[in-house]
Design a protein around this ligand. Structure first.
Ligand SMILES: Cc1cc2nc3c(=O)[nH]c(=O)nc-3n(C[C@H](O)[C@H](O)[C@H](O)COP(=O)(O)OP(=O)(O)OC[C@H]3O[C@@H](n4cnc5c(N)ncnc54)[C@H](O)[C@@H]3O)c2cc1C
Ligand code: FES
Length: 333
């Protein structure tokens, strides 16, 4: 059995302990992904060669001040090809880290894509410094397998938590366009932190809400609302869940006794996003799968959520150090 290799999420040359230097490994990874190869064209090269050359931010809206923002970015080629479930990976500086973000919406006619991000650490804090009119250095996509949308799914219950509601919105829209009945279940700590309630209300058959403090909808978690719905309604063809890992794990456990197909969208750590580095490995039904190319959507009843949580937390100390360093000097080293 080969030893488990956990790649760092990004270049950690400034924060890694000397005995555990990821810098060389990361330089090799970066070289592999950026080096123009005569025999192999990476998705990054493709983006630069034949797709959009500039990615201008056309609109920015703070959905939750200081925490969550929505960007509308000019990316005509990606807007044309993107489907629900796809994501992009962007960089905002030459030495910058790659940030995977789900495509929350597209407007092929206007040539734009919409992304919603939560400020988590250094890179999303840097992204948040950009404003309307600024350029994103590069943006690769659409990546990942699109959502499987059947025209005969019956009722599809789409559950979203936190920023995941934005990603879920695009999937829900896809099911609605395919003629399925769509019920959205969204949750947040309180009413003012709810996202996309209005947008979902425009096409969903129902929007059910759960807030921890009871300031909107039912007091409690989305899983409570989902449990009620499963107990009282028949003809539920599928449940889709997008949000924090513990929420998706809880949704999968809620639906398991009802034997309802449950799809989750995994946000494992990603580097290249094109299946070469192995950073995004997840275990599904006992097999190793790469979330970037085999997913990001998988059968929620088969995902090893404990392993996923552990892998997501593997670089916490370094991420914190990088964020603290950035907050102090605002440099992108
Ligand atoms: C397919 C996919 C779609 C995503 N869509 C969205 C989205 O629509 N909106 C949104 O707010 N976030 C999304 N994320 C998560 C987002 O990429 C991370 O929050 C972001 O990269 C954090 O970077 P940071 O430097 O700000 O934080 P850091 O301090 O570097 O990390 C904070 C936490 O973010 C996660 N993270 C860090 N690096 C990565 C990485 N390279 N890939 C994935 N997760 C990472 C880890 O859990 C980490 O503990 C998505 C992730 C994936 C894989
Ligand atoms: S991110 Fe590298 S293989 Fe998936």
């Amino acid at each position: 059995m080969p030893p488990e290799v956990v790649y760092p999420p990004r270049c950690m040359s400034h924060t890694a302990p000397a005995t555990n230097c990821y810098a060389k490994e990361n330089a090799q990874l970066r070289a592999a992904f950026h080096w123009p190869s005569p025999t192999r064209t990476s998705a990054w090269d493709i983006t630069r060669m034949n797709a959009d050359k500039t990615f201008t931010i056309l609109d920015k809206e703070q959905l939750i001040p200081g925490q969550t923002s929505k960007l509308v970015v000019s990316a005509p080629q990606i807007a044309l090809k993107a489907k629900p479930g796809n994501f992009v990976i962007l960089r905002i500086a030459e030495k910058g880290e790659r940030i995977p973000l789900t495509i929350a919406d597209t407007d092929p006619e206007a040539g734009t894509i919409t992304m919603v991000y939560l400020v988590m650490g250094k890179s999303t804090a840097m992204l948040d410094e950009l404003d309307k009119g600024d350029e994103i250095l590069d943006l690769c996509g659409p990546l990942g397998k699109p959502t499987h949308i059947s025209t005969e799914a019956g009722t599809v219950v789409c559950v979203g938590g936190g920023t995941g509601v934005a990603a879920m919105h695009h999937i829900a829209k896809g099911h609605h366009r395919a003629g399925n009945k769509v019920v959205a279940v969204i949750g947040a700590r309180s009413k003012d932190l709810l996202l996309f309630e209005r947008e979902l209300g425009q096409f969903c058959d129902k929007v059910l809400i759960a807030t921890n403090d009871g300031s909107a909808g039912v007091q409690g978690f989305v899983t409570g609302v989902l449990q009620d719905y499963l107990e009282n309604e028949s003809d539920i063809g599928e449940v889709v869940a997008v949000g924090p890992v513990p929420m998706m794990a809880a949704v999968a456990e809620t639906t398991r006794p009802f034997e309802v197909k449950t799809t989750v969208s995994l946000n494992s750590i990603m580097l290249d996003g094109i299946g070469m580095c192995g950073a995004c490995r997840v275990t599904v039904a006992g097999d190793t799968r790469f979330a970037c190319v085999d997913g990001p959507e998988f059968d929620g009843h088969e995902v090893d959520f404990t392993e996923l949580s552990n892998r997501l937390a593997a670089f916490k100390t370094m991420e914190q150090a990088a964020h603290d360093h950035y907050c102090k000097c605002k440099c992108d080293d």
